[in-house]
Design a protein around this ligand. Structure first.
Ligand SMILES: C[S@@+](CC[C@H](N)C(=O)[O-])C[C@H]1O[C@@H](n2cnc3c(N)ncnc32)[C@H](O)[C@@H]1O
Length: 379
C-alpha cells in the first residue's frame, strides 16, 4: 500500500468537511489512489468508517493517525466481546443526543450499529444459483420469525474478498449490490406481471430494478425522481439488467404525476434522514440533525399525499424510509391516515401477522433499518 493504513485513512478523514461527507471524500481518494488495489481499498474504507463509529471514545489530543489505530483497537475489542461496551456508553457516545427523543435506545440496536456491516447483493430471480456459484462465499439470509420468506427472495450475503463491481455477473446485470432491508421493500410491494406501478422517488433505481424483476419485465413501471443525474444512472443500470418495462420522467413532488395512467401500485421511497444507514455510514450520525428530521417529515407527507392521487381504486400505496425516527415513520403514516379516508390499511406481504406498518430493525436482519407501510385505495 506504500503509505501506512493509518496515513491513508488520516488523509481521507482530513478531507471530510461540511458538505463533503466521509463516503464522498473516500470515493474521491480511492479514485485518485487506484494503485491501492481491492484489498487496500477495503482496508482504507474500513479504517475510515471505524474511526467515525468510535469517534467519541477517542482522545482528541492525539494525531489522526493515532486515533485511527485506537478506533481499530476499539472495534477489534468490541468484535471479540460486544458486552465489554455498556448500554450507557453506547447510548451517549455511539449516536447523537437528539436521537433519544425520536426512538427508544435499546442495547441490541446500539450494539448492532457498532458492528461492521454486512454486504448484501440481490441476484435477478432467474440468476440466484448461478450468481452464488460464480461468486462463492455467499450465504442466504436468515429472516426473523415474524417475516415470512418472500416467494422470490434472491438476497445473498457476500463474505468474500473481491471487488464485486468487477465481477462478470455485476457487469452483465445478473446481480446488484442492494441492502437486504431495501430488498424487503420490493417484496412488500409484491408487484405482479402486467400491472402498472410508479416508483415515485426512484433515484438511481435500486428498487425500480427489483420491482421490474418481480414483474417479470412485463407491465409498466414509471420511474421518477427530481434528480436528472440519478435518473441517468437508473437508465444505465436498467440497460445492464435488461430491464425494458419502464419509462422515466422528472417529478419534483408536484400535486400531479407526469403521466395520466392510474396505477395498481405506487411506491414512495421517500427522502429521509437516513438514520437506518448509520451502521454502514457512521459519519452520517454526526452530520444529521433533528432539524433535518423535521424538514424531511414535512417533505415526506407532501410527497406521499401527492403520489397517492395516482393510485387507482383497489390499488396500493407503499411508503418506505430507511430511518427509524418516530416523526418520519409512524408520524408520517398517522398524518396520512388521518387525512386520507379513501385509503385503508393493507397488510404487508412481509408480515406474518398481517401488519400494515413495519419497522425492520438492523439487529433483526443484519442490514439497514427500514420503515414500510402500505394502504389500499377503497374509493
Ligand atoms: C431514498 S432515495 C431513493 C432511493 C431509490 N428508491 C433506490 O432504491 O435506489 C430518495 C429519492 O428522493 C428524491 N427526492 C428528494 N426530494 C424529492 C422531491 N421533492 N420530489 C421527487 N423526488 C425527490 C431524491 O432525489 C432521492 O433520489
Amino acid at each position: 500500500m506504500g503509505q501506512t493504513l493509518e496515513n491513508h485513512a488520516a488523509l481521507v478523514i482530513d478531507g471530510v468537511r461540511p458538505g463533503t461527507p466521509a463516503d464522498a471524500a473516500l470515493r474521491e481518494y480511492l479514485v485518485a489512489n487506484r494503485t491501492l488495489g481491492a484489498v487496500g481499498k477495503r482496508s482504507v474504507s474500513r479504517a475510515v468508517f471505524t474511526y467515525f463509529r468510535w469517534i467519541n471514545w477517542l482522545d482528541r489530543g492525539q494525531s489522526l493517525q493515532k486515533k485511527v489505530l485506537a478506533a481499530l483497537g476499539y472495534q477489534a475489542r468490541f468484535n471479540k466481546d460486544p458486552a465489554s461496551v455498556k448500554l450507557e456508553a453506547l447510548a451517549s457516545r455511539a449516536v447523537p443526543t437528539w436521537l433519544a427523543g425520536e426512538t427508544e435506545l435499546k442495547l441490541p440496536y446500539l450494539r448492532q450499529i457498532q458492528r461492521e456491516p454486512a454486504l448484501w447483493i440481490r441476484a435477478k430471480a432467474s440468476a440466484l444459483e448461478k450468481t452464488a456459484a460464480e461468486l462463492g462465499r455467499c450465504e442466504g439470509p436468515v429472516l426473523p420469525p415474524h417475516i415470512p420468506v418472500p416467494k422470490h427472495l434472491s438476497a445473498l450475503r457476500y463474505t468474500g474478498p473481491d471487488d464485486l463491481h468487477k465481477a462478470a455477473g455485476f457487469q452483465t446485470g445478473s446481480f446488484e449490490i442492494q441492502d437486504l432491508a431495501s430488498q424487503l421493500v420490493g417484496h412488500a410491494c409484491a408487484p405482479r406481471a402486467g400491472e402498472t406501478w410508479w416508483d415515485a422517488c426512484a433515484g438511481e433505481g435500486g428498487k425500480s430494478l427489483h420491482l421490474s424483476d418481480l414483474m417479470g419485465n412485463k407491465g409498466m413501471l414509471w420511474t421518477t425522481d427530481r434528480s436528472v443525474r440519478r435518473l441517468s444512472v437508473l437508465k444505465k443500470r436498467a440497460a445492464r439488467a435488461g430491464m425494458f418495462n419502464y419509462r422515466t420522467a422528472v417529478w419534483t413532488g408536484a400535486a400531479s404525476a407526469p403521466f395520466k395512467t392510474p396505477c395498481d401500485g405506487v411506491l414512495v421511497d421517500a427522502p429521509c434522514s437516513g438514520v437506518g444507514t448509520w451502521q454502514r455510514n457512521p459519519h452520517a450520525r454526526w452530520t444529521t440533525s433533528i432539524e433535518d428530521v423535521r424538514e424531511l417529515t414535512a417533505v415526506q407527507s407532501a410527497l406521499l399525499g401527492h403520489a397517492a392521487r395516482s393510485v387507482k381504486v383497489g390499488g396500493r400505496l407503499v411508503y418506505a424510509v430507511c430511518t427509524l425516527t418516530r416523526s418520519e415513520t409512524t408520524g408520517v403514516a398517522e398524518t396520512f391516515e388521518a387525512s386520507h379516508r379513501d385509503f385503508e390499511p393493507a397488510p404487508l406481504a412481509i408480515s406474518k401477522d398481517g401488519a400494515h406498518r413495519m419497522l425492520l430493525m438492523p439487529q433483526e436482519l443484519d442490514a439497514n433499518a427500514m420503515f414500510v407501510a402500505s394502504w389500499k385505495r377503497v374509493r
